[in-house]
Design a protein around this ligand. Structure first.
Ligand code: GLN
Length: 231
């Protein structure tokens, strides 16, 4: 006979809104590629998750301080973060792009001189923008979530923002009045993260489950549900 262990519940932090990876649907339920992956993996591996949409930076900080067990939030695996977090298997490709207003004439970083650029706190895109800020002479303003950052550009307060390519592309397709004007920089991958040296069992279960849902078609089904089937 089999002994059924009590299913463990893990507290998982995520962004407030980062479509198509996480967002509240019309029923105010959190859905998206990340959320569906997490739920599918949990089901596959027999654990429970409590999804906490606290915002990207807050989720990252909360895992760092041990208040949350893990973060799935379109989080880019970077060398700096690897010093503080253990990442699961990379699951989605990304890169940083610059976006400007739909009718803007700005096409290059050079045209940002003396202008204001909107960034999102604690993100890989903000790190990238800050790394070229001095060279191109622009000013920055930061926001805690992507929507407020986009709005600063669409209202004309800022002339540009820096965001992950898959997220920016999706948002524009959904009607955001922005356009992408640079090719992806600092390309990398999204990964599920736990605090370094902590929650090893959770990370291992995540990897096992991810492998299973990639093999059985669930992963492709999830991505296809939000992005349409790619060729
Ligand atoms: N991929 C970016 C990062 O890891 C942004 C993530 C997000 O805004 N949710 O910093």
């Amino acid at each position: 006979s089999t002994v059924t262990a009590q299913a463990k519940t893990y507290q998982i932090g995520t962004d407030v809104t980062y479509p198509p990876f996480e967002f509240a649907n019309k029923q105010n339920k959190y859905v998206g590629i990340d959320i569906d992956i997490m739920n599918a993996v949990a089901k596959e591996e027999g654990f429970k998750v409590n999804i906490k949409p606290v915002g990207f930076n807050a989720a990252v900080q909360s895992v760092q301080s041990g208040q949350l067990d893990g973060v799935i939030a379109g989080m880019t695996i970077t060398p700096e973060r690897k010093a503080k977090f253990d990442f699961g298997t990379p699951y989605y490709k990304t890169g940083v792009v610059m976006a400007v207003g739909k009718n803007s004439d700005i096409k290059s970083f050079k045209q940002l001189k003396g202008k204001r650029v909107a960034l999102k706190t604690g993100t890989a895109a903000a790190d990238y923008a800050n790394s070229i800020k001095k060279k191109y002479g622009f000013k920055t303003v930061t926001f805690d979530d992507s929507n407020n950052m986009y709005e600063d550009v669409t209202t004309g307060n800022s002339v540009a923002c820096f965001e992950d390519q898959p997220v920016m592309q999706y948002g524009i397709k959904q009607g955001l009045k922005l356009k992408i004007v640079s090719s992806p920089a600092n390309t990398g991958w999204y990964g599920f993260a736990v605090k370094k040296g902590q929650n090893t069992e959770l990370r291992k279960k995540f990897n096992q489950g991810l492998k299973k849902i990639q093999a059985n078609g669930t992963y492709d089904k999830i991505v296809g549900k939000y992005l349409g089937n790619k060729t």
